[in-house]
Design a protein around this ligand. Structure first.
Ligand SMILES: NC(=O)c1ccc[n+]([C@@H]2O[C@H](COP(=O)([O-])OP(=O)(O)OC[C@H]3O[C@@H](n4cnc5c(N)ncnc54)[C@H](OP(=O)(O)O)[C@@H]3O)[C@@H](O)[C@H]2O)c1
Length: 385
């Protein structure tokens, strides 16, 4: 039986790679539904190729156009209908969460409630509402949450078959981003082209800027803490420019397991869809003879203050990571729209975190209102930059 895949964020970098995996393994997977933000022409092409039961596009005008183009045989929904209502009407086995921010939070929770598999790329969901998501996962034995983020997929694979009490720490690797070799004093003059030009991965704009500030690694620490049930101080970050070792697990006897491979998002996506089986390699495999040296070093925390902001928010827990994530999203958006400078991003986030009233165990409504407060507060501070 083919597994039916519902892809949220199908026109983005992870979404498109997911469709490449589905295309490659047509005998294993089919597309149940697709959801996108604004790229109607891309979505229309995906509809023609994959024939889903229904699609969602945030933009209402684009939804009207798609209804005209595809007729009554295709269910088309838009923002006013609600993304989670769209998901509720689709018959699927696996939800791929590949939007950014918390847009898909309700859809992820609903999928877990129904005992479905969630293949999660969208780390902001766990950062903002990890407690709620993990509780829902625990309550529904049929449900599963498999990471797509390459580092978390690596750790998930290394942990397979081991006991939680035997794990000493997780080592999250990261290439160091596009600014690794640029001096901190020059960040004020760095161009946007440089900032979004990641040396190893081709990704959406938001995660690309997060990779340049190292906030992406910070969000990943929080994501890993929820996924694998470890305190953030048991999660170490290592800069590894070659991006060959995707992450590691150190056990209490000092043994370290690492997952290695080429830098290709189709690998972790494919694994999240096929787990516990493995399918054949979508790309050429790693050739050790072509590798010369692998480098590892500690991140420069002074040059990249976002990393410590994330550690602080993670230690504070409760509402702080939600504020961190929302402030980052708005600050990065403002930077991409030339409203603030690159060096303003960590300063704005730090100030929003400083202004927020901490809530220890927020429920879903509180998460929503804390998120909305952080969005407005960040917008205000960006205007003042
Ligand atoms: N890219 C990677 O290699 C990678 C790796 C690991 C983790 N991640 C994580 O995966 C997530 C997605 O990253 P990405 O790089 O794929 O981002 P992206 O290229 O910017 O794609 C985002 C997707 O979400 C859609 N979208 C935006 N707003 C929406 C809304 N309100 N409703 C429905 N869909 C909406 C976009 O649609 P339109 O394009 O039509 O506007 C697009 O399809 C992020 O959380 C990121 O941190 C990404």
């Amino acid at each position: 039986m083919k597994k039916k895949i519902l892809i949220l964020g199908s026109t983005g970098s992870v979404g498109v790679n997911t469709l490449r995996v589905v295309e490659e393994f047509k005998g294993h997977f089919s597309v149940a539904g697709l959801a996108a933000g604004s790229k109607a022409a891309d979505l229309a092409r995906q509809i023609e190729s994959f024939r889903p039961q229904g699609v969602y596009i945030k933009d209402s005008k684009a939804a009207l156009e798609l209804r005209r183009q595809f007729g009554a045989s295709l269910k088309v929904m838009a923002e006013e209908d609600g993304l989670h209502h769209f998901c509720a009407g689709i018959d699927f086995d696996i939800l791929v969460a590949a939007t950014s921010g918390t847009t898909a939070l309700l859809s992820v929770i609903d999928a877990l409630k129904k005992g479905k598999r969630v293949a999660l790329a969208n780390k902001e969901i766990l950062v903002a509402a990890g407690g709620l998501v993990m509780r829902e996962l625990a309550k529904n034995p049929g449900a599963s949450l498999i990471p797509i983020d390459s580092e978390h997929s690596a750790i998930f694979q290394c942990l397979h078959g081991s006991r939680a009490q035997d794990v000493a720490r997780l080592i999250l690797t990261g290439s160091g981003g596009p600014l690794r070799e640029i001096a901190g004093e020059d960040f004020a003059r760095v161009s946007k082209e440089t900032v979004v030009n990641h040396p190893k991965w081709k990704m959406g704009m938001k995660i690309s800027v997060d990779s340049a500030t190292l906030m992406n690694k910070g969000l990943e620490i929080i994501e890993a803490s929820w996924l694998f049930g470890l305190g953030v101080d048991q999660i170490q970050v290592l800069v590894h420019p070659e991006a060959v070792v995707h992450s590691m697990v150190e056990f209490k006897d000092g043994a370290i397991l690492a997952q290695l491979g080429v830098a290709d998002m189709r690998l972790p996506i494919q694994y999240a869809l096929s787990f516990p089986s493995r399918l054949s390699a979508p790309a050429r495999c790693l050739d050790f003879k072509e590798l010369s040296l692998l480098h590892f070093s500690a991140p420069d925390r002074k040059k990249f203050p976002c990393l410590d902001l994330a550690y602080q928010a993670a230690r504070q827990s409760g509402s702080a990571p939600c504020v961190l994530s929302a402030a980052d999203e708005v600050a990065v958006g403002a930077y991409l729209e030339d409203k603030i400078r690159f060096i303003d991003i960590p300063q704005v986030i730090e100030r929003v975190l400083g202004h927020h009233h901490h809530v220890q165990d927020p429920d879903l409504d509180m998460i929503q209102s804390i998120h909305d407060w952080a969005v407005e507060e960040t917008k205000k501070l960006c205007l003042a930059c």
